[in-house]
Ligand binder design. Structure first.
Ligand code: SF4
Ligand code: SF4
Length: 174
Protein backbone atom coordinates (compact mmCIF):
# COMPACT_ATOMS: atom_id res chain seq x y z
CA UNK A 1 0.00 0.00 0.00
CA UNK A 2 1.49 3.34 -1.09
CA UNK A 3 1.34 6.57 0.81
CA UNK A 4 1.75 10.14 -0.39
CA UNK A 5 4.87 10.87 1.66
CA UNK A 6 5.94 14.46 1.02
CA UNK A 7 4.04 14.81 -2.28
CA UNK A 8 1.42 17.57 -2.19
CA UNK A 9 0.72 17.82 -5.93
CA UNK A 10 -3.04 17.42 -5.53
CA UNK A 11 -3.12 20.26 -2.95
CA UNK A 12 -1.32 22.60 -5.33
CA UNK A 13 -2.85 21.87 -8.74
CA UNK A 14 -6.42 20.57 -9.25
CA UNK A 15 -9.58 22.66 -9.07
CA UNK A 16 -11.45 22.06 -5.80
CA UNK A 17 -14.72 24.02 -5.97
CA UNK A 18 -15.54 23.29 -2.27
CA UNK A 19 -12.38 25.24 -1.34
CA UNK A 20 -12.86 27.91 -4.05
CA UNK A 21 -9.55 26.66 -5.34
CA UNK A 22 -8.81 27.02 -9.05
CA UNK A 23 -6.38 25.09 -11.24
CA UNK A 24 -2.70 25.71 -10.46
CA UNK A 25 -3.30 27.50 -7.18
CA UNK A 26 -1.91 26.33 -3.90
CA UNK A 27 -4.60 25.45 -1.34
CA UNK A 28 -4.87 28.05 1.42
CA UNK A 29 -4.78 25.22 4.01
CA UNK A 30 -1.44 23.84 2.84
CA UNK A 31 1.18 25.30 5.17
CA UNK A 32 4.82 24.59 5.83
CA UNK A 33 5.31 23.18 9.34
CA UNK A 34 8.90 22.44 10.42
CA UNK A 35 10.00 22.50 6.78
CA UNK A 36 7.30 20.12 5.53
CA UNK A 37 4.08 21.01 3.71
CA UNK A 38 1.05 19.86 5.68
CA UNK A 39 -2.73 20.14 5.45
CA UNK A 40 -3.70 22.27 8.46
CA UNK A 41 -7.34 21.06 8.38
CA UNK A 42 -6.56 17.40 7.72
CA UNK A 43 -9.27 15.85 9.98
CA UNK A 44 -11.87 18.26 8.55
CA UNK A 45 -10.71 18.41 4.94
CA UNK A 46 -13.62 18.33 2.47
CA UNK A 47 -14.83 15.07 0.85
CA UNK A 48 -13.01 15.61 -2.48
CA UNK A 49 -9.71 15.74 -0.56
CA UNK A 50 -10.61 12.70 1.53
CA UNK A 51 -11.63 10.67 -1.51
CA UNK A 52 -8.97 11.76 -3.99
CA UNK A 53 -6.30 9.26 -5.00
CA UNK A 54 -4.17 9.81 -8.08
CA UNK A 55 -3.40 6.76 -10.22
CA UNK A 56 0.06 6.43 -8.72
CA UNK A 57 -1.38 6.27 -5.18
CA UNK A 58 -3.79 3.59 -6.42
CA UNK A 59 -0.76 1.44 -7.17
CA UNK A 60 -0.13 2.13 -10.86
CA UNK A 61 3.27 2.90 -12.37
CA UNK A 62 6.67 2.65 -10.71
CA UNK A 63 8.00 4.54 -7.68
CA UNK A 64 9.57 7.24 -9.86
CA UNK A 65 6.17 7.96 -11.44
CA UNK A 66 4.87 9.65 -8.27
CA UNK A 67 3.56 13.07 -9.43
CA UNK A 68 6.05 15.26 -7.58
CA UNK A 69 8.93 13.19 -8.99
CA UNK A 70 7.92 12.80 -12.65
CA UNK A 71 6.08 16.16 -12.81
CA UNK A 72 2.82 14.69 -14.13
CA UNK A 73 -0.39 14.17 -12.15
CA UNK A 74 -2.56 11.41 -13.63
CA UNK A 75 -6.10 10.55 -12.60
CA UNK A 76 -9.19 9.01 -14.17
CA UNK A 77 -12.39 10.70 -15.26
CA UNK A 78 -15.25 10.37 -17.70
CA UNK A 79 -14.89 12.34 -20.89
CA UNK A 80 -16.34 12.60 -24.39
CA UNK A 81 -14.16 9.54 -25.13
CA UNK A 82 -15.52 7.52 -22.21
CA UNK A 83 -13.34 6.72 -19.21
CA UNK A 84 -9.82 8.06 -19.70
CA UNK A 85 -6.78 8.98 -17.68
CA UNK A 86 -5.98 12.68 -17.66
CA UNK A 87 -2.31 13.75 -17.48
CA UNK A 88 -1.62 17.24 -16.11
CA UNK A 89 1.80 18.87 -16.17
CA UNK A 90 3.04 20.14 -12.80
CA UNK A 91 5.95 21.90 -14.49
CA UNK A 92 6.05 23.50 -17.97
CA UNK A 93 6.51 20.78 -20.59
CA UNK A 94 6.50 17.97 -17.99
CA UNK A 95 4.15 15.75 -20.05
CA UNK A 96 6.65 15.86 -22.92
CA UNK A 97 9.78 14.99 -20.89
CA UNK A 98 11.25 11.48 -20.83
CA UNK A 99 10.13 11.02 -17.20
CA UNK A 100 6.66 12.40 -17.89
CA UNK A 101 6.10 10.23 -20.98
CA UNK A 102 7.39 7.16 -19.09
CA UNK A 103 4.82 7.79 -16.34
CA UNK A 104 2.04 8.34 -18.89
CA UNK A 105 2.85 5.12 -20.76
CA UNK A 106 3.36 3.00 -17.62
CA UNK A 107 0.23 4.18 -15.80
CA UNK A 108 -1.88 4.02 -19.00
CA UNK A 109 -0.75 0.42 -19.59
CA UNK A 110 -1.29 -0.55 -15.97
CA UNK A 111 -4.84 0.83 -15.94
CA UNK A 112 -5.51 -0.27 -19.54
CA UNK A 113 -6.99 3.12 -20.37
CA UNK A 114 -6.19 5.82 -22.95
CA UNK A 115 -4.33 8.82 -21.53
CA UNK A 116 -5.38 12.35 -22.46
CA UNK A 117 -2.59 14.93 -22.23
CA UNK A 118 -3.74 18.40 -21.22
CA UNK A 119 -2.41 21.88 -21.92
CA UNK A 120 0.27 23.10 -19.49
CA UNK A 121 -1.83 26.16 -18.60
CA UNK A 122 -5.34 24.72 -18.79
CA UNK A 123 -6.19 21.20 -17.61
CA UNK A 124 -9.53 21.41 -19.44
CA UNK A 125 -7.85 21.58 -22.86
CA UNK A 126 -6.54 18.44 -24.57
CA UNK A 127 -3.36 18.70 -26.63
CA UNK A 128 -2.38 15.05 -27.03
CA UNK A 129 -3.13 11.45 -26.17
CA UNK A 130 -1.50 8.06 -25.84
CA UNK A 131 -2.71 4.48 -25.84
CA UNK A 132 -5.65 4.82 -28.26
CA UNK A 133 -5.04 5.33 -31.96
CA UNK A 134 -8.48 6.80 -32.69
CA UNK A 135 -8.18 9.49 -30.01
CA UNK A 136 -4.56 10.24 -30.93
CA UNK A 137 -5.55 10.75 -34.58
CA UNK A 138 -8.57 12.90 -33.68
CA UNK A 139 -6.40 15.21 -31.59
CA UNK A 140 -3.68 15.33 -34.25
CA UNK A 141 -6.29 16.30 -36.89
CA UNK A 142 -7.76 19.05 -34.70
CA UNK A 143 -6.67 22.61 -35.63
CA UNK A 144 -6.24 23.45 -31.92
CA UNK A 145 -6.65 22.05 -28.39
CA UNK A 146 -9.92 20.17 -27.79
CA UNK A 147 -12.01 21.07 -24.69
CA UNK A 148 -12.20 18.15 -22.26
CA UNK A 149 -15.85 17.51 -21.46
CA UNK A 150 -17.95 15.29 -19.29
CA UNK A 151 -20.80 14.34 -21.64
CA UNK A 152 -24.19 15.66 -20.58
CA UNK A 153 -25.83 12.23 -20.91
CA UNK A 154 -23.25 10.74 -18.56
CA UNK A 155 -23.82 13.53 -16.04
CA UNK A 156 -27.59 13.01 -16.17
CA UNK A 157 -27.12 9.27 -15.75
CA UNK A 158 -24.91 9.95 -12.73
CA UNK A 159 -27.57 12.23 -11.17
CA UNK A 160 -30.24 9.57 -11.79
CA UNK A 161 -27.99 6.99 -10.15
CA UNK A 162 -27.51 9.18 -7.04
CA UNK A 163 -31.27 9.84 -6.79
CA UNK A 164 -31.97 6.13 -7.23
CA UNK A 165 -29.53 5.29 -4.44
CA UNK A 166 -31.39 7.81 -2.24
CA UNK A 167 -34.68 6.05 -3.01
CA UNK A 168 -36.01 8.97 -5.08
CA UNK A 169 -37.70 7.88 -8.31
CA UNK A 170 -37.95 10.42 -11.14
CA UNK A 171 -40.05 9.09 -14.02
CA UNK A 172 -38.64 9.33 -17.56
CA UNK A 173 -39.25 12.79 -18.96
CA UNK A 174 -40.06 14.15 -15.47
S1 SF4 B 1 -0.82 13.64 -6.13
FE1 SF4 B 1 -1.12 11.49 -5.57
S2 SF4 B 1 0.73 10.93 -4.41
FE2 SF4 B 1 0.68 13.17 -4.54
S3 SF4 B 1 -0.35 13.82 -2.64
FE3 SF4 B 1 -1.96 13.64 -4.20
S4 SF4 B 1 -2.77 11.55 -4.04
FE4 SF4 B 1 -0.81 11.62 -2.94
S1 SF4 C 1 -7.78 21.03 2.33
FE1 SF4 C 1 -5.90 19.95 2.86
S2 SF4 C 1 -5.96 18.05 1.65
FE2 SF4 C 1 -7.42 19.50 0.71
S3 SF4 C 1 -6.27 20.59 -0.90
FE3 SF4 C 1 -6.14 21.81 0.98
S4 SF4 C 1 -4.24 21.19 1.98
FE4 SF4 C 1 -4.78 19.60 0.47
Amino acid sequence: MRDCGTCTACCRWPKIPELYKSWKTRCQHLKKVKGTNNCTIHPDRPPPCQEYKCSWLRGHGDEEHQPDQCGVLIDARLSQWGKVLVAKALRPGACQTEEGMAAIMAIGASRNLPVIITHDDDADLVVGAAGHEGIVNQIKASPGPIPLNTPQATHEQAVQEVLKNMGINIPDGG
